[in-house]
Design a protein around this ligand. Structure first.
Ligand code: FAD
Length: 448
């Protein structure tokens, strides 16, 4: 194994500050685990380890916890900039929400499609589901292939194939010419097992849940340093030194690296010395996904006169192709979603395109919606330096990569995060949460 990148490690060491309001310092040798990243994976791992009596330090580059769980308060209620839905009935996540005492609202309402020039209830889409159902048999018996290659083999109509491709690309933030059917089939099976067709929202927003886990971890004794970007890890079996971008460094017996896939893929963003070769090869075999999500906050629910129960609206062939309201909660918020290759568009241009799409779909005069637009809320996750992606997917041939990342490296380095999920739920909050708990369990197995 050799070093993965060339940034030199300075000699300087620092003690850890145990909490911002408390200026006591601890000796760096006392730490069991340093956790990199306070997204839901890092937070859950920190809480689990601290509650087991381990001495934990979490380094988080941003000023707040939650990573891709970020909520802004508006006059129309919480607006999610990252994760929004609880997909299905994932037990760990539901247990956490219940423990926190947060209310969940089941998402429901009409599914509408823009077809033949008018908005109407979506017809049954049996063809798309048949194509996806049949994929499992192919994935079980043949070498992995990308979704487009799978579609090319079948004799479904071009229209049905385009619908299935749009669904896979939009939901998985993926390119159908890359995403492998082995991971897709596993995901489909895993979703079926937790009633994945259901979706719900946290009434207070997802970020409040991250803050709750932070408070539990802190109450159990974990120390968090915000505005502290980790930059390098030097390690050997049983000891790791992590250096932050500002030169401070800390030593612990183990490290859980819960940084996003995009950050790990960025040359020079995180240096490992020595490089854990198999884990880094796995990192580079996965794809970070691409999404643009824009939330339009209007002065009024102008669509409600004609479509009061609208929840989802599908506008195939235009951008964004997927829209939703906050149904059943009435608000003047409309979210537009575009994932995969179609999301490779300038963010400001997408806002204009989205307005024109809505005007066309709802038969409004050009420019007539602009005056009712109060604010546009969005984050370009693919260019946020501490995320650099939407959520991960496994290209053909890479379905085993999360399993490699979930394997401890010499019982010293552990990886967590949605991209390390091995249970068929990558790219989700519950997959990330589960990965954090898994990594904490692995640390506890070596540091009893
Ligand atoms: C637009 C969008 C919509 C989504 N919608 C849903 C949804 O509806 N339902 C769902 O279940 N999932 C959804 N997801 C996916 C979900 O948000 C993620 O899978 C999950 O939040 C990832 O958690 P994580 O802990 O693995 O990573 P993150 O949340 O990304 O956490 C990683 C942390 O590491 C920090 N960090 C980065 N670099 C450094 C560094 N050098 N040093 C220290 N810290 C660093 C980051 O600041 C971040 O806090 C969505 C994601 C996006 C982008």
């Amino acid at each position: 194994m050799h070093r993965w990148c060339r940034s030199p490690l300075p000699e300087r060491s620092a003690g850890i500050q145990a909490g911002m309001q408390d200026d006591t310092t601890e000796t760096i040798e006392a730490l069991d685990t340093i956790i990199l990243g306070a997204g839901i994976a890092g937070l859950s791992a920190a809480r689990c380890l601290a509650e087991a009596g381990k001495r934990v330090l979490v380094l988080e580059a941003r000023a707040t916890p939650g990573g891709r769980m970020r909520t802004v308060a508006t006059a129309q209620g919480p607006v999610e900039l990252g994760a929004e839905f609880v997909h299905g009935r994932p037990p760990e996540l539901l247990a956490l929400i219940e423990e926190a005492g947060f209310a969940l609202q089941e998402a429901e309402g009409q599914q509408l499609c823009f077809l033949g020039g008018s908005v109407q209830p979506c017809p049954e889409d049996d063809a798309t589901w048949s194509l996806l159902d049949a994929m499992a048999a192919t994935a079980a018996t043949e070498p992995d292939m990308c979704f487009d290659a799978y579609l090319a083999r079948g004799n479904a109509s071009a229209e049905d194939k385009a619908r299935a491709r749009g669904y896979v690309e939009g939901f998985n933030a993926a390119d159908a010419r890359e995403i492998g059917i082995a991971s897709l089939a596993k995901q489909q099976q895993a979703e079926d097992a937790i009633e994945g067709h259901r979706a719900a929202r946290l009434e207070r927003g997802y970020q409040a849940l991250a803050e709750y886990v932070l408070s539990r971890a802190q109450a159990a004794g974990a120390t968090f340093l915000f505005n502290t970007a980790a930059q390098a890890i030097t390690w050997q079996q049983g000891t790791c030194t992590v250096r932050a971008a500002d030169g401070r460094q800390w030593t612990a017996a183990t490290v859980i690296c819960a940084l996003p896939l995009g950050v790990l893929q960025q040359q020079g963003a995180m240096c490992f010395d020595p490089a854990p070769a198999a884990a880094l090869a796995a990192v580079h075999s996965l794809a970070p996904g691409i999404v643009q999500r824009i939330v339009f906050e209007w002065t009024e629910r102008w669509w409600a006169a004609s479509h009061p129960d609208m929840h989802f609206l599908f506008v195939r062939g235009q951008r964004p192709p997927t829209w939703w309201t906050t149904s059943p909660r009435a608000s003047a918020l409309l979210t537009g979603w575009v994932g995969g290759p179609q999301a490779k568009v300038d963010a400001a241009a997408l806002v204009q395109e989205a307005l024109r799409t809505l005007e066309q779909v709802f038969e409004r005069a050009p420019g007539s919606l602009d005056g009712m637009l109060k604010a546009v809320h969005s984050v370009h996750w693919n260019s946020e330096p501490y995320t650099l992606g939407a959520y991960s997917y496994a290209p053909a041939g890479a379905a085993g990569a999360p399993g490699i990342l979930a394997t401890p490296v010499e019982n010293t380095l552990f990886f967590a995060g949605e991209h390390t999920d091995t249970t068929g739920h990558p790219g989700t909050v519950h997959g990330a949460l589960r990965s954090g708990l898994r990594a904490a369990g692995q640390v506890l197995a070596v540091r009893r």
